[in-house]
Write a protein that binds this ligand. Structure first.
Ligand code: GLA
Length: 385
């Protein structure tokens, strides 16, 4: 079997006519729990997965930036002096947006050389597994190395987020890039999105005889449009009306007062964030004290909160979660920004195939397109390969 690394190397050489100086990679992520809490300065518990974006890079002697990939026919070229968010379009806005964002974080873009980059990835696109953060993190790490910037991984996560916010135009939080850069094998990243302090938490799925199953509904979503920004605006409104700078400051004990102050919809949005932060803390505690077999109810409760209070689920995700829990999963929830994408289910190893068959059957019965189901494991974060 050809290694994807050999393919990336070959793709680079064929496109640019010389050998790359190095390979870098960064993973997609699954969020175990803590949804829409990141931009509310709350807690999240994602992990990096064993699906990666890999890039080959060569420095140039001039100031041109050239980007090619195995998933788009075009070769995008831009002079460094023209690097600005207004000039970035399509998929190349992710890698070139990172180059621009490094400039905003102190890189002297007038002094650095240009580059050629060739990208390949096996992170599914549109599945809520952060294929975009994988590209951003790989590019951020690579340019940090070859431009000798000396930025730490937390700052590189901010760089990726800035690219996503300003170059791509999606008002997303810091979770995805943090998971992609800080992930470790068999562990989740417990991140405080206010301070960006993080701890690694052992997942121990394999030792407990469990698998984490992804159910990609195939319903595609984009966070640059619609619902995501709308939910973020509701959270900001809730915080403003409650007189706090972020919903991180609101606790479960404050909810009765919040119910009096807020309209019904804003209240439910706020309740999701407040209870979800609690569930993240509970999940971390439970994983440490009792192990992964004990977190199923927290996953289920998180899904109900997203379905009923935050209203970011879709019928396909609800069906995936319901079918999973009825067929042996210990817990299940949609993961990521919502409005499509994937659900996750925590499943005893010997129940995985039965569950996959049940899910295929349920989707067919409802007239939904066939979902893609596959197992992932927690992998190391971005690296020079
Ligand atoms: C997307 C965003 C993240 C986060 C999640 C929801 O993945 O990129 O920043 O807000 O949605 O938890």
């Amino acid at each position: 079997m050809t290694d994807i690394r050999d393919e990336v190397r070959a793709g680079f050489a064929e496109t640019f006519g010389y050998e790359p100086s190095g390979l870098w990679s960064a993973p997609g992520r699954v969020n175990l729990i803590g949804e829409h809490t990141d931009y509310n300065e709350g807690f999240v518990l994602p992990f990096a997965i064993n699906r990666r974006t890999i890039l080959a890079l060569g420095l140039r002697s001039d100031r041109m930036l050239r980007i090619a990939s195995s998933f788009a026919d075009e070769l995008v070229e831009l002079d460094l002096s023209e690097l600005d968010t207004d000039n970035l379009h399509g998929w190349s806005a992710y890698p070139l947006g990172v180059a621009w964002a490094l400039g905003e974080h102190g890189a002297d873009l007038a002094a650095v050389p240009g580059f050629d980059i060739f990208i390949d990835s096996d992170v599914p696109v549109g599945a809520g597994l952060s294929s975009s953060a994988a590209i951003e993190s790989a590019v951020a790490l690579a340019l940090n190395d070859v431009w000798h910037l000396g930025l730490d991984r937390r700052t590189l996560a901010r760089v990726g987020q800035l690219a996503e916010n300003k170059a791509v135009g999606a008002p997303t939080g810091i979770m995805d890039q943090s998971a992609s850069l800080l992930g470790e094998t068999d562990s989740a990243v417990f991140l405080d999105c206010r301070t960006l302090e993080s701890e690694v938490v052992d997942l121990g799925f394999a030792a407990a005889g469990l698998e984490l199953l992804i159910i990609d509904t195939g319903v595609s979503h984009s966070h640059a449009t619609g619902g995501y920004a709308d939910r973020r605006a509701s959270c900001e409104l809730g915080a403003k009306l409650l007189g706090v700078t972020s919903l991180r400051e609101v606790t479960v004990d404050d909810l009765p007062r919040a119910r009096e102050v807020l309209d019904e919809v804003t209240f439910r949005r706020v309740r999701h964030i407040v209870t979800e932060n609690e569930r993240v803390l509970d999940t971390v505690r439970t994983l440490r004290e009792k192990g992964p077999r004990a977190i199923g109810d927290l996953l289920d409760a998180s899904h109900r909160s997203m379905r009923d209070d935050f209203e970011i689920s879709v019928p396909e995700l609800d069906l995936a979660v319901e079918t999973a829990t009825m067929n042996g999963a210990l817990g299940a929830r949609m993961t990521g920004g919502g409005f499509g994408g994937a659900a996750i289910a925590l499943v005893p190893t010997d129940a995985v195939s039965r569950l996959q068959v049940a899910i295929d059957g349920a989707f067919a019965e409802h007239g939904f397109g066939q979902p893609d189901t596959f197992v992932v494991s927690a992998a190391k974060g971005a690296s020079r390969d």
